[in-house]
Every structure is written in C-alpha cells, then in structure tokens.
Design a binder for this molecule. Structure first.
Ligand code: MCN
Ligand code: SMO
Length: 789
C-alpha cells in the first residue's frame, strides 16, 4: 500500500455537511409529474379467511385510480420464496412463500389485503378506509412455545405444524462435560421483540418510461441490486430494462436488507398504470407492517470446573418469527446465528450442543436486525457466565480471564465450526478493565453499598464474525444471497476520480472511508474522489451493506480496483520518464522518480495523456480504469464491552454511568467512524435491554404502533463512552481490514444486564430473565424481603 495519509486517520465525514444542511435526497423527496400515491389496506385480524373484498365505494371516491387485490396481484407476480439447497442446509426448512398481497387469508395484523392507488395520498388513505373486507376469524397463535404444541392453530395449514426451521448442532461430549462439572447453571432468557425503526421508514417510487420502455424503481433499501433481480424475476420483467436506485437512505439496520412485497407491488402498479407510483410508509405502518426481529427465547446451561474452566454449554434458541418468510435470509437466520455466536471467545469450551428453531406465529414477520440473532447468543453465554461466577464465588472478570483466547492462539476453528483468522480476546479484555479501573471500581462499589448506593459493572466479551462472503452461503446451501463485492475506479482526463461500488452506505460513512482509501492509493485528495453507490445502472453488481461487510468487502474490492489503476498510471509514467515503475512514487499529486522531486509528471498530465489523447505505450489500452469483483472472506473481529451502572432498588430505575469498549477490527480505515459505529450499536443495545419491546394483546393486535409506545433510547439515555483500540492486521482480507458495524449492538445488551444484576448482587445475585429490564423487573432483583445479604 501507498504511504497512508488518510487510511487510519480520524478524518471528518465528507457526507455530513450535506446531511446536516438538509441537502440529502431521500426517495420521498423525489416528486414526479402525474405521480400517483398508494395506501395499503392492511389486515385488522391476526388470522382470518378473506371471504370477500368490496372496493366499490373506494373506487367511487374522486382521484382513485385503482384497487389492487391479491387475486389479481398473484396472477402478475410470483410470491417471494427463498432459494435454498435443502441437501446442504443444516436443518429442516419449510418454505413459506410470501404472496405480494394476501390471497384467501391473512396471517398477521398488518398483512396487505389491497393496494389503493389515487392521485394523492389523502385520497388514497380515504379510499383505503372504504375498502370493505369480509373476514372470518380463524384461531390464532401468538407464542412460539404454544405454537409448537400439538393441536396449536396452524399459521400455514399445509405445513402440518408451525415449525418453519429446526436445526441442531453438537460437538464434543456435552453429557460427559456436564457430568464432570463442579458447577452448572441454567437459565431461560426472553429477548424482546424489536423493530429497527430507522429514522426514514420505507419508501418506494416506480416509474415506467415509455420512451425507452424501461422502468426505474427508487427504494429505500440496503441492497439495490438484489431488489432489481427479484423484481425482475417476480414480474417476469427483463432485468436489463429495470433500474433500481437507492438514493440517500436514512438508516436500515438490517430491516432494509430485504426484498419487500411493497417493492413488487409498486413495480407492478407502475407498469400497469403507466404513471409514476409512490408509497411512503408512515411510522405506524413501519412498526407493524415492515419486519420485526430479535424475538428469541433462549434456554442455556453452562458447565464449569471449580477453577473456573468452562467445559460445556447447551443452548436452545426459539425464534418467534411471525407469519411469513423473509427474502433473502429467511427468519431462521436469527436463531441459527444465536447458536453460532453463543460459545464466544472461550477456549476450553469444546463440548457444546445447540438447537435453533424458527416458529411461525400470527405476528409480523421477523427477520434480521443489527447483530442478526447474535445478541441473543451473546446474552445467553455472558449472562450464564456471571451466574456461574456468582455460584463459584469467583469474580466475573477472573472467570473470563482464565478462559479467554489470546492472540497467539489464532487461527482457530470454533466449536461451532467457524474459522477465526485472528483476534485479541484476552488483550482487549485486559485493556478494557484498565480503562474502567476495574479493581478500584470494585472497592468504590463496596464503599457505595455501605451508603445504600448500588453500583454495578458488567462485562461482555465478543467475537464478531463479519463479511459473510460466498464461502459461507455456499456451505449452507443458501442461494438467495452470495455476498461477493465489486468496485470500479475511473480517472477522468483532468485526473479526477470516480468510484462506483456495489455496497451501500445508509449512515455508515462510506463516501469518506472509500475516499480515504483511493486518495492514498492514487496520490490525490479526498475531494478529488466522486462516490457513486445505490444505482444499479451506475455501479457494477454488488450486494449492498449488511453483515458488517462494507469495509472488508467493498473496501477490499475498491483497494484492489484502485491498485489496478495505480499500476497502470505508474507504467505509463515510467514509459514517459524512461525509468522503471518501481522507481516511481506519488508526491504532492505528482508521479515522480523516487527522491528526485524535479523529475516527474503530474497526475493531471498523465490522465490527460492516457484518457483523452490516448498517448500510451503501444501495449497499453487508452483510459485509466479498474474494476474488481472480490470473493469476500469472513474475518472475525473482537471486542470487550464494559458497562457501569447505578441502580435504585426501590424505584427500579437504572442509570448508566459509563460505557467502555476496546475493539479490534483489524486495520481501521477511520477510527472516528469506527467509534461512531460502536456508539450507535451500543445505543441500540441499550434500547434492547432497557426499553424496546413490541407487544401484542391476546387477540393479536399490536399495541406498540407509535414511538410513544415503542420506546427507543434518546441521546439522554446514552452514557459517556471510552474507547480503546487494538489493530490486528487481518491475514485473510485485502488491507488487513475486518468489519465491526454490528458488534456494538451484539455485546451491549448483556454487558448492561450483567451490570444491573451485579449492582444488586448484595441482595443475592439474580439474572435478568426477561427483556427489556423495566423498573418492575429491576426492582424485583432485590428479592421479596428487599434485604441485602
Ligand atoms: N470501518 C473502518 N475500519 C474498519 C472497519 C469498519 O473504518 N476496520 C468503517 C467502515 O468503513 C464503515 C463503518 O466503519 O464506514 C462500518 O463498517 P462495516 O463493519 O464494514 O459495516 P457496513 O458499513 O457494511 O455497515 C453494515 C452494518 C450493519 S450490518 C448494520 S445492521 C448497521 C451498521 O452497519 N446499520 C446501520 N451500522 C449502521 N449505521 C447507521 N448509521 N445506519 C444503519 O442502518
Ligand atoms: S442486520 Mo445488518 O444489515 O446485517
């Protein structure tokens, strides 16, 4: 690599002025002449037959253009179905196709029954209310464990039961480990049901252009290419006539890493009506009509020796995944990932057994959300560890210290079969303890208890697999996604650089980090780099952003594509200067002979010669361009999180005092962005453990359809952070980079939970078994008599 000027520096984000000054352009900002608007009629029943739909009154309202129902939609559009090679899939899988609009029956409150198109949104909403649907209610099932019982109402009758996916895994001898253990602990932990609730809900705009007989769909998505492929396939529409654009996107957090039926419906409507058609989701609709996540019930059991050696782990994860399957992940991805995550960075743990179940219920479909099930696995392991420490009478930090892998142990294959290239679990742990002055805090805690103040500290040690490239998906037979990545770098005649990438930034700051990479390689300034993403007609095919992949996958593709250009520039310059390319270097925008400042050629001159005048050596093509498709590796990063809290056992209120994270994500491109990503993830984890919970009444009506009911953390709920970094060069990725975008959200819920249990440990250590930890639940930790031991 070139001498880094920007790679590794805390450079301010190039995109921020645009966002802060309100100059971003989201899908809803796009207005087209003659544009129609859609409002959906969504089921008010959790489970019911649709006996009849009468749209006659709606169609009489002024401005109403069309009412599309399931019967008609299913003739024009195939349902969404995940492509899985069952011979490789590690478990039993039942396909639940997701019809674009419900046909014959609805399976959750929010299921789409009809799409109403009108000249404006007001008319569409008014008309949607006039669509009369005759429902015949069916028995409902709202709880995953109930849904697994014999005789439970069936969400999909044709399945014969409600189990969408079941998968089991074991290695070593778990029974023996438990028989040999000095101490065993077990727990049942209920994670809360989430909605990513990004600042910008989903928006889709479709436009068919008669001049070219082509169609553009703008969608607020994390994965525009996949959306294009799936719309084309579902509607049997030529993919080369379809363009999908995701302009500025106001957060996604996994929820927008899907193909949604709403995207299919808007494309269908614009093709039929020959006019632009837009749908803008409102907050209420987003909270019940998009996807949920994280509703995992976890059973875990841990076996340890007297000296603290962790020798056995059993866990079962039951995902309450709602009504349908999600494209491309299936709702099974969360409970399966929970199991993969569960063993954590603990080296003596060879004996493990896991079961993961995805169970259908009459609720909103549940799919992936930042961390993808890993927060549940992390919670289970790290809370059991504190439980074991309490039972052993050992300090929870000491218990971890005795078991953590250290950097020289890598590479390793985990007990769940994941390959871990390199990591620093013990090193990051010690550094994090140093940051919070662990021993001093323990003393302070003891003093405070004497004065009736309850301080607590909670640790969570994380290994975060990132990237998830083709090797991973091929191995498990999932063909709906592959996850390689692409980048293209072009130099214009004036020496400016345009990069176009297949990844997607919707808050992560890719414009900045990619410009840092390119500026270093091509000896230019960051502002000389123009960044294009999110437009299928302007970028090579790529996979968007998810699985903390962009730094690894997009960064690796870009670095390689840029090197192709750099090498060509050096070859051409060498020819002109009559030296060898190895004798050249970039200096202040010039390519010069190493150590001879006067002898060189400016980047601009060289670009003019190569791109405009075709004055290149005989064996070179004109132009300066590089494209690279990268089979993304799957590096693992690691971190230690430590939360400090103060709890009030009387009111049950918890105050977060401080939060420390030591992260090792390989070479950091921009440490400031890395810290921002950790902080954002931790904020979401704080939401998970303290506040967020989508709830339903017994009839399957969702009760949390506004941000007054679904409580998300605000800035005032977030404690001050302290960050530490380690940088282990990743041996398997281009540039030594590892991902990290989800770790904040994975490690934090249990760090806080451990801190809360610890704060009230003088009443007898008790686990937090149900999230979110509301004041009632925290209050209950002090026990019936409320007397400290
Ligand atoms: N980075 C870096 N050096 C590294 C690793 C990362 O500088 N060694 C930078 C990256 O260049 C990138 C950011 O940190 O700008 C996050 O990198 P990465 O881990 O590659 O994750 P992605 O960019 O692929 O983002 C996806 C990840 C996921 S999966 C979810 S979910 C999530 C998250 O990012 N959703 C987010 N963070 C989010 N942040 C915002 N604002 N909005 C979302 O929807
Ligand atoms: S849930 Mo993140 O988009 O992998």
């Amino acid at each position: 690599m070139a001498i880094p000027r920007y790679f590794g520096a805390k450079v301010k984000r190039l995109e921020d002025p645009r966002f802060l000054l309100g100059r971003a352009q989201y899908v809803d900002d796009i207005k087209m002449p003659n544009m129609a608007c859609v409002a959906f009629v969504r089921s008010t029943y959790a489970h019911a037959k649709i006996k009849a739909i009468d749209a006659s009154k709606a169609l009489k309202l002024p401005g109403v253009v069309k009412v599309l129902t399931g019967e008609e939609a299913s003739k024009k559009c195939k349902p969404l179905e995940v492509e899985i090679d069952l011979s490789k899939f590690p478990g039993k899988y039942k396909s639940a196709t997701f019809p674009p609009i419900a046909v014959g029956k609805v399976a959750f409150v929010g299921d789409i029954v009809a799409a109403v198109v009108a000249r404006n949104r007001y008319q569409a909403e008014d008309a949607a209310e006039l669509v009369e649907v005759d429902y015949e209610p069916l028995p409902i099932v709202l709880d995953a464990e109930e849904a697994m019982k014999k005789g439970a109402p069936l969400v999909h009758e044709e399945w014969g039961d409600n189990i969408m996916v079941s998968s089991a895994f074991s290695s070593g001898d778990v029974d023996k480990a438990f028989a040999e253990a000095d101490v065993t602990v077990k727990g049942r932990f209920q994670m809360s049901r989430h909605c990513a609730a990004p600042m910008e809900p989903r928006v889709v705009l479709g436009f068919h252009d008669p001049a070219f007989d082509s169609t553009t769909v703008w969608s607020s998505t994390q994965m525009p290419h996949m959306v294009r492929t799936k719309i084309a396939e579902s509607l049997s529409y030529p993919e080369n006539k379809l363009r999908v654009v995701s302009p500025d996107v106001g957060g996604g957090f996994g929820m927008k890493a899907h193909v949604f039926v709403e995207e299919l419906i808007i494309a269908m409507l614009t093709l039929e009506l020959g006019k632009p058609v837009k749908w803008t989701e409102d907050r209420r609709e987003n909270l019940y009509g998009s996807y949920h996540a994280q509703d995992e019930l976890c059973y875990g059991e841990l076996a340890v020796k007297k000296d603290g050696t962790i020798i056995g782990l059993k866990a079962k994860f039951i995902g309450d995944v709602g009504a349908y399957t999600s494209y491309p992940w299936t709702p099974a991805f969360e409970p399966i990932q929970a199991a993969l995550q569960c063993p954590g960075p603990y080296k003596y743990l060879k004996n493990v057994s896991f079961e993961s179940l995805a169970v259908a219920t009459n609720k909103t479909t549940s799919s992936v959300y930042r961390g993808v099930g890993a927060p549940a696995g992390q919670y289970t392991m790290e809370h059991l560890l504190d439980m074991a420490a309490a039972k052993l009478g050992m300090d929870p930090a000491e218990l971890r210290r005795r078991n953590l892998w250290r950097s020289e142990d890598f590479p390793i294959v985990s007990s769940t079969g994941l390959k871990y290239d390199s990591a620093t679990p013990l090193e990051s742990f010690e550094k994090a303890l140093g940051i919070v002055h662990y021993q001093e805090f323990r003393k302070e805690q003891e003093e405070a208890r004497k004065q009736g103040r309850y301080l607590g500290i909670g640790i969570s040690c994380l290994l975060e697999p990132t990237g998830f490239g083709p090797e991973y998906w091929h191995a498990i037979g999932v063909d709906s996604v592959s996850g390689y990545e692409s980048a293209q770098v072009r130099v214009d005649p004036a020496g400016g650089v345009t990069i176009s990438v297949g990844t997607h930034s919707h808050g992560q700051g890719h414009n900045t980090v990619y410009a840092q990479i390119v500026a270093d390689e091509l000896g230019c300034e960051m502002n000389d780099v123009t960044f294009i993403q999110g437009d299928t007609s302007a970028t090579p095919y790529g996979w968007g952003a998810w699985a903390s992949r962009s730094a690894v996958a997009g960064g690796g593709a870009l670095l390689t594509a840029t090197k192709i250009v750099r090498e060509k520039m050096f070859r051409i310059a060498a020819d002109k200067l009559e030296v060898s390319p190895q004798d050249l270097e970039f200096n202040d925008g010039n390519i010069q002979v190493k150590g001879v400042p006067g002898k060189g050629i400016s980047r601009r001159e060289l670009a003019r010669a190569a791109v405009y005048n075709a004055k290149v050596p005989a064996n070179e093509e004109p132009g300066l361009e590089g494209t690279f498709y990268y089979k993304t590796p799957n590096p693992v990063s690691n971190a230690t999180h430590i939360a400090l809290v103060e709890s009030d056992p009387v009111t049950g209120m918890v105050k977060l005092l401080k939060y420390a994270v030591v992260e090792d994500c390989g070479k950091m491109i921009n440490p400031m962005i890395v810290e921002g990503q950790i902080a954002g993830g931790v904020a979401q984890g704080i939401g998970a453990v303290m506040l967020e919970n989508l709830s339903y009444d017994e009839s399957g009506q969702i009760l949390t359809t506004s941000l007054m009911d679904y409580l998300m953390p605000g800035a005032a709920d977030i404690p001050p952070f302290e960050f530490g970094h380690l940088e282990t060069y990743c041996p398997i990725s281009v540039g030594g980079i590892k991902g990290m975008g989800e770790g904040g959200a994975i490690a934090s819920p249990v760090a806080v939970a451990n801190a809360i249990s610890d704060s009230l440990a003088s009443f007898g250590w008790k686990p937090l078994t149900k999230l979110p930890a509301s004041p009632e639940i925290v209050h209950a930790l002090r026990g019936v008599d409320g007397k400290a031991a």
